[in-house]
Design a protein. Structure first.
Length: 318
């Protein structure tokens, strides 16, 4: 555990506003996570006032602005939140709180040219194909199939009756970078893993990144097509269908019963409501409400897009 004063000494450029509540202000810090997944003793990362107010954490990292809160606020300069996510994450990694994903793994040979790290658990009637690579602290449930050439990286939990097709990478390094003070790009490897629930299909050559601050999670009965990229810290619900060649950026929440059609792109940190449908080649740049059907470059309601196309056709005929 760490005192808040230790964080202040390590990062003097941060502005710390201690809580007016004595029992919170004197608390100790155990780690870091997103605002909605952080426990009371974690640093919760928040992008806005709503997230600050609704976080369970007593310690909230946010950009400097006028926020009144009963929490300990750890404020960073504007446009630097990603940088301090990375720096604080690396601070906890260096003190042994989380796994260092940059360290090499000592692999052991399995059958058929496959190999694995320490602490692999495989359930009943599960099959590991040829030339599969499995990292450390991986759990694979019952009746699960990992096809040839797949990669299952460290801190991955796979449920029962799951199929991982050939060439897929589960727990790939997250694409999370930030600018140093000298404007050089730095990379943070993250501290969280991947959780895949029961009866999930991950088709060939799909990439699922492990979490930066919280696990990337895929709910039960979800199907993911070929060549899909699912970014870090995404939370995908149950009965979701993501069709081939779609890209989902980091931090996206997809609720239950959603359909993402082929070649869709979804920007980071968005929310796709329950039962929504995103039509093929759509570019999602805003939250999508539950039951909404959207399409096109500007994520319009499909009925509106079709109406505009009809008007354009009439204008061309004239």
């Amino acid at each position: 555990m760490f005192e808040l004063s230790e964080i202040e000494r390590e990062f003097p450029e941060l502005t710390v506003i201690s809580s007016p509540l004595k029992e919170i202000a004197s608390g100790r810090i155990t780690g870091i996570s997103w605002w909605n997944r952080a426990g009371p003793t974690d640093i919760g990362v928040a992008y806005n006032k709503h997230q600050v107010a609704h976080s369970s954490s007593h310690f909230v990292l946010c950009e400097y602005r006028m926020i009144i809160s009963d929490k300990n606020l750890i404020m960073c300069p504007r446009f630097s939140l990603s940088r301090y996510i990375g720096l604080l994450g690396e601070f906890f990694v260096s003190h042994g709180v989380y796994r260092n994903y940059n360290l090499p793994i000592d692999y052991h040979n399995l059958a058929n040219g496959s190999h694995c790290g320490e602490r692999l658990t495989i359930g009943k009637n599960s099959h590991i194909g040829a030339n599969v690579t499995i990292g450390e602290d991986v759990t694979i449930g019952d009746n699960t199939i990992i096809e040839s050439g797949a990669v299952i990286n460290s801190d991955t939990v796979i449920g029962n009756n799951v199929i991982i097709r050939s060439g897929s990478v589960i727990g790939a390094s997250p694409f999370f970078h930030y600018n140093e003070e000298n404007n050089q790009q730095s990379y943070f490897a993250g501290i969280a893993g991947v959780r895949i629930h029961d009866r999930v299909l991950v088709s060939a050559n799909t990439v699922i990144e492990h979490g930066v601050l919280s696990d990337t999670e895929i709910g039960s009965n979800t199907v993911i097509g070929h060549q899909v990229c699912l970014g870090h810290d995404c939370n995908v619900g149950d009965n979701v269908c993501i069709v081939s060649q779609s890209g989902v950026s980091g931090g996206v929440v997809i609720e239950n019963d959603v359909t993402i059609c082929g070649q869709v792109g979804i920007a980071n940190n968005l929310h796709i409501g329950r039962g929504a449908i995103v039509k093929g080649k759509g570019m999602v740049t805003r939250d999508v409400a539950s039951g909404e059907i959207v399409s096109g470059k500007y994520t319009m309601k499909q009925s509106e897009e079709l109406r505009i196309l009809a008007m354009l056709k009439k204008m061309i005929r004239r």
